[in-house]
Unconditional design. Structure first.
Length: 211
């Protein structure tokens, strides 16, 4: 079975609710994706993501109760967070998709944005809107035409690379905002770093409808 027996509207609502509840908190499995081996670290349930300088996303850290902060250079939690939003994370209710797991006995979901994208494609969970890599003007036009909806996904490519380098949940609405980790974004924050095109360095975009 790939999907629970309830409506896609229900599972979209669950994914969006999870994202909004956890966008500055550790995911419900109490792991964070990091750059160093093995690619994840267990953290206390009270861990939050904060900016040490409020206006500067580059100063984001994971603040662990009673432990040193995990610095921005070490954080790489985007695919793990989106995995939890759209799928079936322990300790929480996401969108219900039966995605793969890189480490079945540890961190939940997939830790690489590109592997998550490929896994979702292979299982038929997403449909690509237009071509797989859209330049910014084309992506903007399709977003303006509401060709994807709240709960769908945006994948980001950097420097012309074919591989996906970042993943975010589309929140739709007039602001075209996204939810993601590293750094944390959501429509609950009122600043200039929440829009769909606020991912620095992205050169191409993949818009994916969740089936």
């Amino acid at each position: 079975m790939r999907r629970p027996r309830h409506s896609r509207a229900t599972t979209r609502a669950a994914a969006l609710a999870y994202a909004r509840a956890r966008w500055t908190r550790v995911a419900s499995d109490n792991f964070i994706g990091v750059t160093s081996s093995p690619g994840y670290v267990a953290v206390p349930a009270g861990t939050t993501f904060v900016r040490t300088t409020a206006a500067d996303p580059a100063t984001e850290v994971a603040r662990r109760p009673g432990l040193p902060d995990i610095l921005k250079a070490e954080l790489e939690d985007c695919a793990h967070f989106i995995s939890c939003c759209i799928a079936q994370p322990p300790g929480g209710t996401g969108g219900g998709l039966a995605i793969g797991r890189d480490f079945p006995n540890a961190v939940y979901g997939v830790l690489s944005a590109n592997r998550l994208y490929e896994d979702l494609k292979a299982k038929g969970f997403i449909t690509i809107v237009g071509t797989a890599r859209l330049a910014k003007p084309q992506a903007a036009a399709r977003l303006a035409a509401t060709e994807i909806a709240a709960g769908d996904l945006i994948f980001y490519h950097f420097g012309g690379a074919a591989a996906v380098g970042h993943a975010a949940l589309d929140l739709a609405g007039a602001g075209k905002r996204i939810a993601c980790h590293t750094f944390c974004r959501c429509d609950q924050a009122d600043d200039d770093n929440q829009a769909w095109d606020s991912v620095n360095g992205a050169t191409e975009y993949t818009l994916a409808k969740v089936n």
